[in-house]
Design a protein around this ligand. Structure first.
Ligand code: SF4
Length: 368
């Protein structure tokens, strides 16, 4: 891949329109091109058979289609598939496909590694290697759609994925500009055309970015909270040293929620860390004046990180305590346990030492 060539799949619809105009082509060509790139997920210009040969030849001189390619997959007995994708410069990232009777969800990565340093997370051990480009973010969706179509014998023209959760490797709001372009592409009617109701972005709580995210996008917000007091959160999520829980809750109260929506609070239950009855009482108090629902997620253990999963009975008591306090609370099914399919707790080989070959056990899962 040459850096002199325009990364054409990273352009917003408006950016592509300008690019096509600069090539001296008619405006309708930009729609055709955008559809090839993002509705059909084309990976070569040669596939774009309704573009003239001259235009395709011109495109090859000035642009390139940057995407990700499947490197490895692991299949769980519950239908979850973890894909390891490779970028053009050889970086490895992961996306997790989680089918259920109601929806087909993909957990998407936004960075190679992560700078946030959450103590319970395998990805954190990599540090931040680089941001993913918009084309690499949407490329995961296109590649997973292709895989699901092939595996489930779904027609080529249909988009099998119904929901997207940005809970994979990286902190999405730490790569906000690229995330925003990717969301614009994913929601575009001439692209994959996802509804904003079916896209959720999860953050550890970069407070100033939550405000921008609310002002500049229309998708759903999830907060990876994981503690009910600052002392615990400081210890397991270093971001809390900068923005305390009170700051985060204030940002949530101000978040412009569309009618009928709530903010999802993810709470990974870890034995002896954040799972006491007092935690449940404090958590309910924090959420008293926020339109919220809580997803309790049982931790899948990462060897070497020193955290353990809360047992089922205790998790159920925690859920009951929150529910009784009027907070809608769900225990999320632990998807892909047998393949270590943890969104946000994934790591990969080469960038990483902890990618687990098929059949071995490690790590967790976060469900939408
Ligand atoms: S849990 Fe998410 S934000 Fe925290 S270190 Fe892991 S990938 Fe980054």
């Amino acid at each position: 891949m040459s850096s002199d060539l325009v990364d054409i799949a990273s352009l917003s619809f408006e950016g592509l329109t300008e690019f096509v105009a600069a090539q001296g082509e008619k405006a309708f060509r930009s729609k055709q091109l955008f559809r090839w790139l993002h509705q059909r997920g084309a990976v070569t210009f040669d596939e774009m058979t309704d573009l003239s040969k001259d235009f395709r030849a011109k495109l090859k001189h000035v642009a390139q289609i940057v995407t990700v390619t499947k490197d490895l997959e692991q299949r769980s007995i519950d239908g979850t598939i973890k894909y390891r994708f490779k970028t053009a410069d050889g970086k490895l990232i992961e996306s997790v496909y989680m089918p259920s009777p109601e929806r087909k969800t993909l957990c998407v990565s936004t960075q190679v590694g992560c700078a946030m340093g959450c103590r319970f997370c395998a990805t954190a051990t990599l540090g931040l290697m680089r941001n993913l480009t918009p084309s690499e973010i949407v490329g995961q969706v296109h590649a997973a759609n292709r895989e699901v179509r092939a595996n489930e014998k779904i027609e080529k023209t249909l988009r099998p994925l119904t929901n997207l959760v940005f809970m994979g490797m990286g902190e999405p709001l730490h790569n906000f500009e690229n995330l925003k372009i990717a969301l614009g592409i994913l929601e575009h009617e001439d692209g994959p055309n996802f509804s904003s109701r079916h896209i959720t972005v999860s953050t550890v709580g970069l407070v100033p970015m939550i405000e921008r995210f609310g002002a500049e996008t229309d998708v759903k917000l999830a907060i990876s909270l994981n503690a009910s007091d600052d002392e615990t959160r400081d210890r397991i999520m270093p971001v809390n040293k900068k923005w305390k829980i009170a700051d985060l809750m204030e940002a949530c109260r101000k978040f412009p929620l569309r009618q009928g929506r709530r903010i999802t609070f993810e709470y990974v239950l870890m034995e002896g860390v954040n799972d006491t009855p007092e935690d449940a009482v404090r958590l309910a108090a924090l959420l008293r004046d926020v339109p919220a629902k809580v997803n309790l997620i049982q931790y899948n253990e990462n060897p070497g990180l020193g955290f353990h999963s809360t047992v089922n009975d205790k998790a159920e008591r925690f859920r009951h305590a929150l529910d009784s306090a009027g907070v809608a609370t769900f225990i999320r099914a632990n998807r892909g346990r047998d393949i270590a399919a943890a969104c946000g707790q994934l790591a990969n080989s080469e960038n990483d030492r902890s990618f687990v070959p098929l059949g071995q056990k490690r790590a967790v899962n976060a469900d939408p």
